[in-house]
Design a protein around this ligand. Sequence first.
Ligand code: URA
Length: 199
Amino acid sequence: MKDIYIEEFNKLKTEVESCRKCALHESRNKIVFGNGSTDSKIFIIGEGPGYDEDKTGVAFVGKSGQLLEKIFQACGFERNKHIYIGNIVKCRPPQNRVPTIDEQRECLPYLEKQIELIDPKILVLLGSTALKAFFGLQSKITKERGQWKIYNNRYVMPTFHPSALLRNPSLKREAWEDFKMVIQKYREVVDAEHKCKYI
Ligand code: URA
């Protein structure tokens, strides 16, 4: 991230920490602003914090996060170097329910600002909620995964949420195909020399 944006980024985080725009603030322990490298060219977007994320304030540290970590390793991506990771909403929805449209609408401008400041080339949308938040409620993850889309001049790859892969391991094969496309795009638009032991 350019130096001139760092202050703005930190200010945004402070703003989110005291956000009360929707009812999710009432039950949160910690906001989950997002984690990883602000120099990253890949921004991964999930749905919202779960139990572990709400306790720690760190995105994707629970079971889904552990699976995602394995996927990143297979891709040759390090979380603190190649990746920034965040969610559609920054506070945990009670019982991990899907965030409502109103909750998403209140929270999305924060994510949009993060994307603008980090300026990634590639967005990876994990699951239906993230896909719909960017491309509309009619979107279907089962249909649209594995196909590049464009959002504000950035390449976007929708794929399954890791929690879907945990529930249904047979989806892992397709998810790996999607991440292989991300590796190829990364080589094409960011670093032609990017190393990955599988492709
Ligand atoms: N699931 C998400 O969508 N985001 C997290 O941060 C953790 C689990």
